[in-house]
Design a protein. Structure first.
Length: 276
């Protein structure tokens, strides 16, 4: 299916599911879905629903708020505390299917919040809930997809045949600045399965990743191994961190974040490396 055919199909799917609530993270996928939905439905039939939780980087929430404000899109931000997350069965213990339990609880909360606001948002009508899953997501281990399927969430991008490259190309054509934004996954995915998830670990990961991004690194992950932070960087950017002044700066950032040691994974960045 060609680019134009995919866009036509995407618009058709969106039109068939009005009014539409989109789980909006501020990432590449959900930004395209939101942009096309705004074009098809207009502001009155659309709402972006964003979770603000300890497993998500704070700057992602800030970007989502900025994008919705600038594009006249209603946004519902749902605050989810660590106390709430820690009570989700199968989350804190971090089993292999953690993402299933977490996704079901989080998306279920977003859907409930949207239903509670429906009188204000769309004259009392029921909202269809959508997310930004695309075809490429099916190539990785994604227990969370089972959760959204059980909840009745639709994935218009996947249904229309969009890959990650398709999404980036369409965003670039639309002049939307996030077209080349690095992929992001929740902070809990940096902790090996079987090791307990704690707010301290999440804060340490976020703190060091934030420092690395500020230093100019793009696609990266900080994997949490107790006192050791294992850095996954693009191979093209590895040499940069070995420059003496920057190396010392990142070591200090690691210590400030709570790590004793900061190591560099020579294999480089690998999507879903802890799923192997």
């Amino acid at each position: 299916m060609g680019k134009i055919d995919k866009l036509i199909r995407l618009k058709q799917i969106i039109k068939e599911h009005s009014p539409l609530a989109i789980a909006y993270s501020g990432g590449v996928d959900s930004t395209l879905l939101l942009s096309v939905a705004k074009e098809v439905l207009g502001p009155s039939e659309l709402v972006a629903v964003t979770a603000s939780a300890p497993i998500f980087a704070g700057d992602e929430t800030c970007f989502s708020r900025k994008y919705c404000t600038e594009n006249d899109i209603k946004q519902l931000i749902v605050e989810i505390s660590w106390e709430t997350l820690s009570k989700v069965e199968g989350f804190k213990e971090n089993p292999k299917d953690r993402c299933y339990h977490c996704k079901k609880a989080l998306v279920g909360t977003l859907m409930a919040s949207t239903r509670n606001q429906r009188a204000v948002l769309a004259g009392g009508r029921n909202w269809t809930f959508a997310d930004g899953t695309n075809l490429d997501d099916m190539e990785d281990y994604r227990p969370g997809f089972r959760a959204i399927t059980e909840l009745g969430v639709i994935s218009p991008l996947m249904e229309a045949g969009y890959t990650k490259d398709d999404i980036r190309m369409e965003l670039k054509a639309r002049g939307i600045e996030v077209w080349d934004k690095p992929a992001f996954a929740c902070l809990a995915s940096r902790i090996p399965y079987g090791e307990e998830i704690t707010p301290e670990k999440l804060e340490a990961i976020y703190g060091l990743e934030k420092a690395l991004k500020a230093a100019g690194f793009t696609q990266l992950r900080v994997r949490h191994h107790g006192t050791v932070a294992r850095l996954e960087l693009l191979q093209s950017e590895m040499a940069h961190i070995l420059e003496p002044s920057l190396r010392e700066k990142m070591l200090e950032a690691g210590r400030t974040a709570g790590f004793t040691y900061v190591s560099l994974d020579l294999k480089g960045y690998e999507k879903g490396s802890l799923n192997k």
